[in-house]
Write a protein that binds this ligand. Structure first.
Ligand code: ARG
Length: 578
């Protein structure tokens, strides 16, 4: 089963090619901008008319005449305006699609016709510090995209490109040695990596002898000294344990098997430099080794270097990323490689992608995509921080979300047992944080605001989760002798609107997979809940006469399935009650 829009695209596209004599014209079928004119519209006729030199309205008529609608999906098609085609779908076709889904809920989102291998680089914190609010977006957006792509049948290779090899680790190792390696003091200190980092940094800045030891540690570490490697490894393990705890709590799919640490590429970096040299791309500038590409110029028009090796021989973030592109291209043989990373790194990725292309370190057909996202801001319009100006630890943020959700749930439903309210709050709290993030256009900055994300009104997780519980409770009231889970009629416009909306999930998911904007899925789910509320207000369900009642219950059940599957793609689980 293909999604409705795709089916219409083929239907109109076929007729359009036929009528215009142009093989590759795009019928440009979209959901109708105004529902009173139809369910969908085809906007591609005008462009095709221009290319074949025919009058647009005339061509549109010919397209309508030429459509061979074997499945009987179209009830009516009409030319409008300068040459649009408005399409209204057949009720029976909608009903029968709905019933297909009710019989086999997984068929709601059919797999993509072409399965691809897709790398999703996401979360990727720097392990020197504990995960903080700056890692939230990359973690949840990346997880959502991975889920969406997997659901469409793609082979997803999650990669957590953690920073584990910079100069900071020298400082941390030196500080660990200061505290004595196996002591319980050290263990206790490591419980809070943020404080640990800060203490080390303070010492580094104030104690020159320590700073020297720290610098020496990096050299020893990167030179492969076993003692330093051991200390480093124990720090990394501890830091990763913190990350995995967060992932587990957030229900994010990253595991240790998805690690793609920078250190993984140590042995490849010499080779990267050599290859750039052989390709004639390397130049020296102030002792550093750089690649100059014509497309990168500074403000003054001066060529901008991509530095790949510092004058002291050290490698950089870009060098590692070149090695990573090569692995994703030629070892993984990926079709797409998505980098879900802060927008402030966009120049970095442009440069890495360009150098990789120029040097043949990216395969010809891999698509390299920086899935950029904006910053989470505080109400003061600056990046979100604690009152004292520190970065907000993700662990603390989640705790606060759950505590606030507990108050919310307790106010809404004080009669539930406390245990149950706690469980619900864990779900609602984390869902609210995730949803608040996913529902924003990822390119924009947004202001972090507890009261909006935890509100039962508007495009929020509590609203959607609550809508689900209402449908579930309606379905629980269904008597056992009801006539089966089948749609039979659409008597009211609200029923039809809801059914059509529910069946549109797969076409939204397809766009999210292509363009990597989870907020489209959120808006869709919000609209779907709205359509349900309108239906529920206009159409009695349990009190309706038996045929209609059964059909409406089936529609409610289809809505519930759709919400549940959509929320699951966002990494949110529905609840029985809240
Ligand atoms: N660790 C980096 C940071 O904290 C992000 C890594 C993103 N992925 C990549 N392949 N560069 O900024």
């Amino acid at each position: 089963m293909t999604n409705i829009r795709e089916q219409l695209s083929r239907l109109v596209g076929g007729a359009l090619s036929e009528a215009s004599g142009i093989a590759d014209c795009n019928p440009n079928v979209i959901e109708a901008t105004r529902s009173e004119f139809g369910d969908y519209q085809a906007n591609g006729v005008m462009a095709a008319a221009g290319r074949c030199g025919r009058k647009p309205r005339e061509l549109a008529e010919a397209v309508i005449d030429g459509m061979s609608d074997e499945d009987g999906i179209v009830a009516s098609a009409e030319v409008a305006g300068p040459g649009f085609i408005n399409i209204r779908l057949n009720d029976q076709a909608l009903i029968s699609r709905g019933n297909d889904v009710l019989r086999d809920p997984r068929s709601l989102i059919p797999p993509d016709r072409q399965a691809q291998k897709i790398v999703v680089d996401h979360s990727s914190p720097n392990l020197a510090k504990e995960m903080h609010v700056g890692h939230l977006r990359g973690t949840v957006i990346g997880d959502c995209l991975s889920r969406v792509l997997e659901r469409l049948g793609h082979e997803v290779i999650r990669q957590n490109h953690v920073g584990d090899w910079g100069t900071q680790f020298g400082m941390l190792i030196a500080y660990m040695q200061e505290l004595g390696e196996d002591s319980s003091v050290l263990q206790a200190e490591l419980e809070d990596l943020e404080t640990f980092y800060r203490a080390a940094k303070e010492k580094f800045d104030s104690d020159p002898a320590f700073a020297d030891r720290a610098r020496l540690s990096v050299v020893r570490l990167q030179g492969g000294d076993p003692e330093y490697l051991k200390a480093w490894q124990s720090f990394i393990d501890e830091s990763l344990r913190h990350c995995q705890e967060i992932y587990g709590r957030m229900d994010v799919g990253l595991t240790l098997a998805d690690l793609d640490a920078e250190s993984r590429y140590n042995d490849d970096l010499d080779g990267i430099i050599r290859e750039l040299e052989e390709k004639g791309l390397l130049q020296e500038s102030d002792g550093a080794r750089c690649v100059f590409l014509p497309e990168f110029k500074g403000k003054d028009g001066e060529p901008l270097p991509v530095i790949v090796q510092k004058s002291d021989g050290g490698y950089l973030y870009s060098t590692t990323d070149l090695a990573a592109v090569r692995m994703r291209s030629f070892d993984f043989e990926a079709d797409r490689s998505l980098y879900v990373v802060d927008a402030r790194q966009s120049l970095h990725f442009k440069q890495v992608f360009a150098v990789a292309r120029a040097a043949g370190m990216a395969s010809e057909d891999i698509s390299l995509e920086h899935v950029a996202y904006g910053t989470i801001m505080g109400s003061d319009g600056r990046p979100y921080k604690t009152r004292s100006g520190d970065s907000v630890k993700l662990a603390d943020l989640l705790d606060e979300a759950v505590a606030r959700a507990f108050d919310l749930v307790s106010a809404k439903n004080p009669d539930l047992a406390e245990d149950e309210r706690r469980l619900i709050a864990e779900n609602v709290g984390i869902a609210s944080v995730k949803y608040a993030d996913l529902s924003k256009n990822r390119m924009s900055d947004y202001v972090f605001d507890w009261s909006t994300m935890l509100s039962f009104e508007g495009n929020t997780a509590p609203y959607l989760l609550y809508a689900c519980t209402r449908i579930k409770s309606l379905l629980r009231k269904q008597e056992d002798d009801s006539g089966g889970n089948e749609l039979t009629e659409l008597t009211q416009p609200e029923e039809r609107a809801l059914l059509l909306k529910a069946l549109q999930l797969p076409e939204i998911v397809e766009v999210v997979a292509r363009e990597c904007y989870p907020n489209l899925l959120c808006s869709y789910l919000y609209e779907l809940s709205g359509a349900f509320m309108r239906f529920y207000e206009a159409c009695p369900v349990l009190k309706a006469e038996p045929n209609i009642r059964n059909s409406r219950l089936a529609l409610a059940s289809l809505t519930e399935q759709t919400l549940e599957q959509g929320l699951d793609l966002l990494g949110i689980k529905t609840l029985e009650r809240m």
